[in-house]
Design a protein around this ligand. Structure first.
Ligand SMILES: Cc1cc2nc3c(=O)[nH]c(=O)nc-3n(C[C@H](O)[C@H](O)[C@H](O)COP(=O)(O)OP(=O)(O)OC[C@H]3O[C@@H](n4cnc5c(N)ncnc54)[C@H](O)[C@@H]3O)c2cc1C
Length: 425
């Protein structure tokens, strides 16, 4: 029996692939909901995603496990609306509208640079792009662009993608996402991101999934994890164990195990004091409803400048009207880093009203969702967690602790682990 810990996308894809390979497995999830960091909640007939997230139709692995059509994809237009302190630039980057060529959001030199970067990336495979973890941050990589392009487009857009306002993440990620956006389109499932884990789980034998089953410790003998213990005290034996939980949980389970007296007595390894948990990027999302439409486009509004509270916002019902009751508009704003504080909602609202004065007095606050563990820091040279891939012979890691933090990256890691395990049978 293979036990998979964590029913985020990595764990779900792993369990699905194990099932395909006819390998018995059990997927254990501590919470009452599938999907981990990908999900939605219902409130007063609105669907609110747990953080603004999109899928890209240029991803490949995730679509080997869930069918794009079944998600009822609702597409964004490629482009953006830049709000640069009183000036608004709207551009699209796909035919028939190629206003990205004429927009004043970028200088002609910026446009030439963008064309050169695009041409270079189109010649390289994802594997080639991801394999080259050079020591350059995103901020350094884009430093030659004009200040208007950096502050008006790159920081709000890629800061939002990487949840990194300072753009200190590895430039590998910039190149990877830039190419994915170049060749693909961003989409959300009509009924919210929760549809992705739900669709994955519907393909898994329901007897193989247990919710509200938190793994609290591992029992090791002869350098193999033999049993896991649930918070209820139940012990389950395993031949292989996949940790598809987040990095802090894996490190805690492994380190707790390594350092426990009983493990040492049982002949387990005690060498896991090394791996350090990468700090996480905090993010929050705020939702408002409005009876008045702020704008008609299926575009993200990018807030220029480093010190903006809102990194970007979107009238998400322009993309998927299904997320709100008929005729009502739903607005979602992404805020990086900032912990909750009194006055935060009012401050965010006034930034939206600065861009669209018609929103004044019309926004009805629905909810703020705080996500303390958004993604792990992914600086140059430490794109992935500190490697302890094989802490025990039969323990495997999946998710954004060993892959780049994206739905595609974690799906790929879950599938790869299942294939590796299949090879041992
Ligand atoms: C706000 C936000 C926006 C994002 N935007 C995008 C985007 O636009 N595009 C993109 O591709 N990626 C995006 N990402 C990144 C992507 O969502 C994550 O990298 C990915 O979902 C992580 O999946 P995972 O399976 O590795 O981990 P998780 O989703 O964290 O899953 C781990 C699971 O393990 C469970 N668990 C933890 N401890 C235990 C335990 N002891 N026992 C049992 N179960 C346990 C958890 O409850 C959880 O369900 C975004 C992330 C956030 C937070």
């Amino acid at each position: 029996m293979v036990i998979v810990v964590g029913a985020g996308l990595a764990g779900l894809v792993c369990a699905l692939e194990l099932q395909k390979q006819n390998i018995p497995c059990l997927l254990l999830e501590s919470s009452a909901r599938l999907g981990g960091r990908v999900g939605s909640l219902d409130q007063d007939h609105f669907k609110l995603d747990l953080g603004f997230q999109v899928l890209l139709d240029s991803y490949s692995t995730i679509f080997q496990y869930c069918r794009l059509d079944d998600l009822q994809p609702r597409y964004f237009d490629s482009g953006g609306i830049v709000w640069n302190f009183g000036k608004r630039f709207r551009f699209r980057s796909r035919p028939p509208d190629l206003s990205v060529l004429t927009t004043k959001a970028f200088s002609w030199t910026d446009k030439l640079r963008l064309a050169l970067i695009s041409a270079g990336l189109l010649c390289r495979s994802d594997h080639q792009i991801l394999a080259q973890d050079d020591p350059v941050t995103v901020a350094d990589y884009i430093a030659k662009f004009s200040a208007a392009a950096i502050e008006g487009f790159f920081r709000p857009f890629f800061g939002g993608v990487l949840l990194d306002n300072d753009l200190q993440s590895s430039s590998v990620l910039f190149r990877y996402y830039f190419k994915k956006f170049l060749i693909g389109r961003a989409l959300i499932p009509a009924k919210g991101m929760q549809e992705i884990p739900e669709q994955l789980s519907r393909r898994i034998d329901q007897n193989r999934i247990r919710l509200q089953s938190e793994v609290i410790s591992l029992r090791v003998k002869d350098a193999r994890v033999r049993e896991i213990e649930l918070s209820t005290g139940e012990l389950l034996s395993c031949e292989h164990l996949v940790l598809a939980c987040s990095e802090p949980v894996s490190v805690k389970l492994l380190r707790g195990q390594a350092n426990s007296q009983s493990n040492v007595e049982r002949g387990g390894q005690a060498s896991l004091s090394g791996p350090q948990v990468r700090p996480a990027r905090r993010v929050s999302v705020m939702y408002w409803s409005s009876n008045v439409s702020l704008y008609p486009d299926k575009l993200l509004v990018l807030m220029a400048g480093r010190k903006r509270l809102i990194r970007h916002f979107v009238q998400i019902t322009n993309v998927s009207p299904e997320l709100a009751p008929d005729g009502v508009h739903l607005i979602s704003a992404t805020i990086l880093g900032e912990p909750d504080r009194p006055g935060l909602v009012d401050d965010a609202e006034s930034e939206i009203c600065e861009v669209f004065p018609r929103a004044r007095g019309k926004l009805e606050f629905l909810r703020s969702i705080q996500i303390p563990y958004g993604v792990p820091l992914q600086p140059p040279g430490r794109l992935f967690g500190e490697l302890f891939r094989k802490p025990y012979q039969n323990v495997w890691l999946a998710g954004d602790q060993i892959s780049y933090a994206s739905t595609e990256g974690v799906a790929r890691s879950g599938a790869a682990v299942a294939h590796d395990i299949a090879r041992t049978f």
